[in-house]
Design a protein around this ligand. Structure first.
Ligand code: GLU
Length: 452
């Protein structure tokens, strides 16, 4: 039986952003749903732009998110394998050297576009004779290499999100796979790794659809040249891209990463809950349990329309996640002295855990006592006198005051809340008052009664 194996393949040329966090998550969910493996593949063939610090930040971000790879691979350590497959493809006539400069290629494209033709590479290098090639090399021009597409048959695959996809290879340029300095472009090493690591499913953004078309031919060619027929081409699925809430591809999203979410007090579970379901027909809910996200992950629920990323959704989910966090999980992040009862009283008022400290000050003080009208001051002095410390002091106080003063509703509750907490709104007073405690509560009521 084949084990579902997926991979997340970032290039370490920057930190993860929300778009590739989403790709990582979906690949992880897909693997876990089928009891399979999820690999982290660092695509670091571009030595100039790749940085070790980004490799580390990618690992750290995945750890923070709880997306743990079952293995890690680095393309820079696999160059010998790429070389071997490249030689086999060369022997099979599927790669060829090209000598055009970037300027020459650019000019060709401009001429084609000027004539109303698609800017497809004209395969001029394929027509060079051995002598012409030798002459170029004698001039010190090192070739770059293209993969030769087979024009005989249409390229076709069943895409997990987009359904049947068809491309005419004659309408595609033979892709450059290797630069003149010998370094690799992403296309061929990715195919070789997917084959070599037994990747069963490639799930990525729809910006890769035309890459998939040419890569499918590379898979077939690499299997024929180097691997046994037991190796198969993975399943492909391309999801619609993530756009900003205004509906456009946004620069902000392209750099919005875990650091920014952490600073904003976003819990990783909230981000996962949002990204797991965004762009699907399933409801976006504050699901904290990873097992639930895994079980309900379903490629067929993904739509073709761009998925809109909205910060307001993220805040809503964060609040939902925070409201359900239990004390044990969160205690180390709470202000000193805040116990379980404190957490449970304050939790419903939070969008972010960090706000707990502000609310906790209402309990520990000092609070700012607002100014009251004369009649409220009289009422609050009365309250200080009548307050008895029973099991449920808040309801006891409210009932007594109702009877004694005839006040009810807002006239009864608001001055009490203001005097006891310095605020017009906040956590349920029935939970808060026992935390404030008798002594502090009485002092606050008395001070409010005197103020003005
Ligand atoms: N390194 C490639 C990228 O980040 C990987 C694409 C893929 O998933 O195949 O675009």
């Amino acid at each position: 039986m084949t084990i579902t194996t997926t991979r997340f393949a970032p290039s370490p040329t920057g930190s993860l952003h929300v778009g590739n966090i989403r790709t990582a998550l979906h690949n992880w969910l897909l693997a876990k749903k089928h009891g399979g493996r999820f690999l982290l593949r660092i695509d670091d063939t571009d030595a100039e732009r790749s940085r070790e610090e980004y490799v580390e930040s990618i690992r750290a971000d995945l750890a923070w998110l709880g997306i743990e790879p079952d293995g890690e691979e680095r393309q820079s350590q696999r160059l010998a394998l790429y070389e071997a497959v490249f030689s086999a493809l060369q022997a099979a006539g599927r790669v060829y050297p090209c000598y055009e400069t970037a300027q020459e290629l650019d000019l060709k494209r401009k001429i084609q576009l000027g004539r109303g033709l698609p800017p497809i590479y004209d395969r001029a290098a394929l027509a060079l004779s051995a002598e012409e090639r030798a002459e170029k090399e004698a001039q010190g021009i090192a070739p770059h290499w293209r993969f030769k597409l087979d024009h005989a048959e249409p390229i076709q695959w069943e895409d997990g999100v987009r359904g049947t996809q068809k491309f005419d290879p004659a309408q595609l340029s033979d892709p450059v796979i290797r630069r003149a300095d010998g370094s690799w472009l992403y296309m061929l090493p990715s195919v070789i790794d997917d084959l070599d690591m037994g990747i069963t499913d490639v799930l990525r953004g729809e910006d890769h659809v035309s890459n998939t078309a040419v890569q499918i031919q590379m898979f077939t060619a690499a299997i024929a040249a180097q691997y046994s027929a037991a190796r198969t081409i993975p399943n492909f699925a391309h999801e619609a891209l993530l756009v900003g809430s205004e509906g456009k591809l946004s620069k902000r999203l392209g750099s919005l990463g875990c650091d920014a979410f952490r600073e904003r007090g976003i819990e990783p579970q909230a981000l996962l809950a949002l990204l797991a379901r965004l762009g699907t027909s399933q409801p976006v809910e504050p699901i904290a349990e990873r097992s639930e996200l895994i079980e309900t992950f379903d490629l067929s629920s993904f739509g073709r329309a761009p998925a809109k990323f909205d910060d307001a959704d993220l805040d809503r989910l964060n609040a939902g996640i925070v409201h359900a966090l239990d004390y044990e999980t969160i205690s180390t992040r709470l202000p000193d002295g805040m116990d379980e009862a404190g957490w449970l009283a304050i939790r419903p008022n939070l969008v972010r855990v960090g706000e707990a400290a502000d609310w906790w000050k209402l309990v520990t003080g000092p609070i700012e006592t607002p100014e009251f009208a004369d009649e409220d001051r009289v009422f609050l002095v009365e309250a200080a006198k009548l307050m008895s410390w029973k099991e449920d002091p808040w309801h006891a106080l409210a009932d007594t005051l109702k009877q004694e003063t005839g006040r009810k509703g807002k006239a009864l509750f608001l001055p009490l809340r203001q005097a006891l907490t310095g605020m017009d709104h906040g956590p349920d007073m029935a939970h808060l008052l026992p935390l404030i405690g008798e002594e502090r509560a009485r002092a606050r009521l008395e001070r409010a009664g005197k103020a003005g």
